[in-house]
Design a binder for this molecule. Structure first.
Ligand SMILES: Nc1ncnc2c1ncn2[C@@H]1O[C@H](COP(=O)(O)OP(=O)(O)O)[C@@H](O)[C@H]1O
Ligand SMILES: [Mg+2]
Length: 357
């Protein structure tokens, strides 16, 4: 169902996006490494899961945020445990279910029960791929959090992936990221000192729906639940929520349940408010100035000098260099964009919520 608010798993629950799904599948088949990028709530996890389900090889989905939130860092043990759970399973989960942890021995290949080294897990998976003559994709969702892996900004993990890239031909990797600039920085394909420097990769960007597609998406969703809202209601929802599927789904879901336009929009904005507040408080842990800058921009202070004045009034002097870094980071994290020397919030719903409109 299109208005189901959870990430989707099957292509029929996904509106449009056939091109993107095909591009990811092509990436999985043809490239050792694929990036799937786009802002929050645009549909990355859904598109990734659909592609993994359709992939003819074996797909392993790792939610890096989940690993990170269990302790503020990602240790090798936590990652390897998660992989082992996905592969040999807890109970009936896992794609090699039925094999006990002590005796995973498939066609003579033994996955060591206490294997605790990420590189060794990759080697075992590569052997499994050989044995079954299938490609194995390991997908890291919200992979920019892998910079918290180990103690060297994730370098050990990148080195293992670079090794797999060069030597383990049955494996390929997908990295998704909402914080696109941070993900690029972390992977460092253009950074001479990065283990992955210079490697070729496929990149698929998920963009917001156009106004026309957003309208068609709402119409298709309402048709599924046998509702026909007024044309003006759909138009207003699209103009308020723009083309971000996550917000459109939220609205459609509430309209379906409440059968009332104003209630549905109010509930959508309330939900947006709580989600964005949570994200802002995460951001404030990195620097309290980020939230102040976002407030300034959301209130319409779009130029450098106006942002600086606001920031200084609220939190004291700030150097040009510091402000420049803060703004660049907000851009890398996908909150703002810069157009003609003027800054704007990327997601209009975020702009409304932060600007108190
Ligand atoms: N093309 C789409 N069709 C239907 N629902 C979608 C689509 N894209 C995203 N969604 C919905 O939007 C919400 C956010 O999607 P998600 O995949 O979690 O985004 P992301 O991982 O980019 O943050 C989910 O409720 C999902 O079901
Ligand atoms: Mg996601």
């Amino acid at each position: 169902m299109l208005f189901d608010p959870r990430p989707k798993e099957n292509r029929k629950e996904i509106f449009d996006r056939d091109k993107e799904i095909e591009a990811i599948l092509e990436g999985m088949r043809e490239y050792p490494l694929t990036l799937l990028i786009g802002i929050r709530r645009i549909g990355k996890s859904s598109i990734l899961r659909v592609a993994l389900n359709e992939f003819e090889g074996i797909g392993v989905y790792v939610d890096v945020r989940k690993l990170y939130s269990s302790g503020g860092s990602v240790s090798q043990t936590v990652l390897v445990n998660e992989l082992r759970n996905i592969i040999v399973g807890r109970g009936k989960m896992g794609f090699l279910r039925g094999f006990s942890l002590e005796s995973v021995n498939i066609g003579g290949i033994r996955i060591k029960p206490r294997e605790s080294n990420f590189t060794e897990v990759l080697e075992s998976l590569n052997l499994l791929g050989d044995r079954f003559n299938r490609r194995i994709v390991i997908a890291f969702d919200e992979a920019q959090y892998l910079r918290f892996y180990g103690s060297k900004g994730g370098r050990e993990l990148l080195a293992a992936i670079a090794y797999a890239y060069d030597s383990l031909s049955n494996l390929s990797f997908v990295f998704t990221g909402s914080e696109v600039g941070l993900l690029h920085d972390f992977l460092g394909m253009d950074d001479y000192s990065s283990p992955l420097y210079g490697r070729i990769y496929e990149e698929v960007e998920i963009k917001p729906f156009s106004k026309k597609l957003s309208t068609e998406f709402l119409q298709a969703g309402f048709k599924e639940v046998s509702l026909t809202p007024k044309k003006e209601e759909i138009e207003r929802a699209v103009s308020e929520l723009d083309g971000i599927p996550g917000w459109l789904v939220e609205f459609g879901f509430h309209y379906w349940k409440k059968r009332n336009f104003d209630d549905a929009l109010k509930l959508t904005m309330r939900k947006a408010h709580s989600m964005i507040q949570e994200e802002l408080s995460e951001l404030e842990k990195r620097s309290p100035r980020y939230a102040l800058i976002l407030h300034a921009i959301a209130m319409g202070l779009r130029k450098w000098s106006a942002i600086r004045e606001y920031l200084e009034a609220k939190s004291g002097p700030v150097t040009n260099a510091r402000l420049s870094t803060l703004l660049k980071n907000l851009e890398k994290m996908g909150w703002i964009k810069k157009e003609d020397r003027s800054y704007a919030i990327v997601d209009p719903v975020v702009e409304k919520v932060i600007g108190g409109k």
